[in-house]
Write a protein that binds this ligand. Structure first.
Ligand SMILES: Cc1cc2nc3c(=O)[nH]c(=O)nc-3n(C[C@H](O)[C@H](O)[C@H](O)COP(=O)(O)OP(=O)(O)OC[C@H]3O[C@@H](n4cnc5c(N)ncnc54)[C@H](O)[C@@H]3O)c2cc1C
Length: 378
């Protein structure tokens, strides 16, 4: 069976690897003309690492990443609000959290796919159904015909827009800056992620491998983040936070800082039709507040390959895949949306109450919720 995947992001590449391991033929079409080492950092949670373990990729990822053993939500001065100790999950699941440069992860995945099956500079413009086949037209004037199409083309998916036109992208009215710097963090930060919540802003510190530090900063905006933050001075914005945050910001070359607005896809009920299936952000883009977007697309990749291996009828296989995955992926979208709103409260009393509740809530509650996310049902 031959598959065409549109999109060589984390979801598309992992799906290609998983499908090839099951003996399927795969062609991938990606709009970027070259696969440069780009992006900031990414955190791969235990669910994603269990998938990579099953695909035989966990060792190489561990070698190139930093082992994270606790997740902390803290206030501006780095006082703990709540903490998740990941040690018990490591023992139980045999995998650990890995913080890695996105570009490095992409390189690892790309090495598993023969270049002749990866077609770069192929931005999909239009799709036309011809009997049981799909004709894919690219912006460079070429086209490709396929029996089975996997849409892994991210939140603004052209595949989704064609087959499921009634979907809505939601704007969280939050802007996110991301960067990577080389810096020696104090020992206690080496294996933990700290996310610091302030007044309508937050800042995350993620130690990577080789002395690199990935960080993210978020702020609320009203209408247009580009005009509202045109002259944004991050150092000033986070001057009330612990001084280590200013140090991290000032040590990062400004031209290396990435800025995005935060969006998600309002949960949809159907990811497949006949011979077309969506995966990853194309099907269930979430806000990044739980660090689960890529992890969910990685789960999709293995789940899809298992469904296709078991069930030869494509329609049934896609339906089984959706049954396996939709509840969890859409649950992440909803939960993450709520977390984002709570994280960036601006009201003084609201924040006081939030912080008190968080301090009083036993850590075991967060650990229980994490256990559900880390569990794979396939
Ligand atoms: C600030 C931020 C921080 C995040 N942190 C984390 C984290 O720590 N952990 C985590 O698990 N997730 C995280 N995420 C989410 C994660 O980045 C996404 O969920 C993940 O990248 C989705 O992968 P994907 O392959 O489905 O889509 P994408 O990564 O969007 O890949 C889609 C691919 O399709 C290509 N494409 C798009 N349109 C076309 C077209 N028309 N024709 C051909 N190709 C096309 C694109 O060029 C791209 O390569 C974060 C997201 C943000 C915004």
């Amino acid at each position: 069976m031959k598959f065409t995947i549109v999109g060589a992001g984390i979801g598309g590449l992992t799906a290609a690897i998983a499908l090839r391991q099951k003996g399927f033929e795969v062609e991938i079409f990606e709009s970027f003309p070259e696969m440069k080492k780009m992006g900031a950092g990414i955190v791969l949670a235990n669910n994603a690492m269990q998938v990579f373990q099953r695909l035989g990729l966990s060792e190489i990822i561990y070698k190139n990443s930093n082992h994270i053993s606790s997740l902390k939500l803290v206030d501006e001065k780095l006082n703990t609000l709540t903490k998740i100790n990941l040690k018990s999950f490591e023992k139980k699941l045999g995998t650990h959290y890995a913080a890695i440069h996105r570009g490095t992860l992409q390189e690892i995945l790309l090495k598993k796919i023969p270049t002749r099956h990866l077609h770069l500079g192929k931005r999909v413009k239009q799709l036309i159904e011809i009997d049981d086949r799909i004709q894919i037209y690219f912006e460079d004037g070429t086209s490709h015909q396929t029996d089975i199409l996997i849409g892994a083309d991210g939140i603004h998916s052209v595949v989704r827009k064609h087959f499921f036109p009634k979907t809505a992208i939601r704007n969280a009215h939050q802007v996110c800056w991301r960067g990577i710097t080389k810096m020696k963090l104090p020992e206690r930060f080496q294996h933990e992620i700290n996310e610091s919540w302030g007044k309508g802003t937050r800042f995350g510190i993620v130690p990577l491998a080789h002395g690199e530090v990935y960080w993210f900063a978020l702020a609320n905006y009203k209408n247009n983040f580009r005009t509202e933050f045109q002259e944004a001075d991050l150092g000033k914005m986070f001057s009330d936070y612990d001084p280590i945050i200013s140090k991290i910001i000032h040590s990062t070359p400004t031209d290396k800082i990435i800025v995005n607005e935060i969006n998600d896809l309002k949960p949809i009920k159907k990811w497949h039709t006949n011979n077309v299936c969506l995966i990853g952000d194309a099907a269930h883009a979430t806000t990044p507040n739980m660090g689960q977007g890529a992890c969910q697309s990685i789960e999709d990749a293995l789940a899809l390959s298992l469904c296709l291996e078991k069930e030869k009828d494509i329609k049934k296989a896609f339906s089984n895949f959706q049954k396996l995955r939709i509840k969890k992926a859409n649950g992440v979208i909803n939960q993450s949306w709520q977390v984002g709103k709570i994280a960036q409260l601006e009201n003084y009393f609201g924040r006081k109450i939030r912080n008190s509740i968080m301090r009083m809530t036993p850590d075991s509650l967060g650990e229980k919720q994490s256990a559900k996310i880390f569990e794979l049902n396939f």
